[in-house]
Design a protein around this ligand. Structure first.
Ligand code: 5GP
Ligand code: ZN
Length: 114
């Protein structure tokens, strides 16, 4: 998907501050961080929205959450707490149509979200 921003980051056509990279996932810092730790956990496979997930993607999505937990632990937030968020479509504020799990930590996060 050459017109997809996150596919272009995955292809290294656009720079990002990468914090984790393996066969399936790329994790990089959000360009407009909303918390002291704000990274995006992105599958290398292009999937536009959570609505487009198939049963075959179950392990991939599981690996995204497990990577979030590992990164939170690495940064010392396992016990303090952290938030993981998938935004889906307009009313949730999705702006990049390649799924990504936000990992936010390092401050008190209010509920309900805005
Ligand atoms: P969404 O609103 O789709 O859930 O989240 C998209 C996120 O991507 C936003 O938090 C936004 O700050 C981030 N973002 C948008 N463009 C770029 C970019 O070029 N580089 C990086 N690292 N993050 C981006
Ligand atoms: Zn993409």
């Amino acid at each position: 998907m050459t017109d997809c921003l996150f596919c272009r980051i995955i292809a290294r056509e656009i720079p990002a501050q990468i914090v984790f990279d393996d066969d399936d996932l790329l994790v990089f810092k959000d360009i407009n961080p909303q918390a002291p730790l704000h990274v995006l956990i992105v599958p290398k496979k292009h999937i536009a929205t959570v609505n487009d997930l198939a049963a075959a993607d179950d392990a991939l999505v599981g690996s995204m959450f497990r990577r979030a937990a590992a990164l939170a632990k690495e940064h010392g937030y396992s016990d303090r707490g952290y938030r993981t968020v998938f935004n889906c479509n307009r009313e949730a504020g999705q702006t990049v149509f390649h799924i990504h799990l936000h990992l936010l930590a390092g401050r008190g996060l209010t509920w309900p979200p805005g």
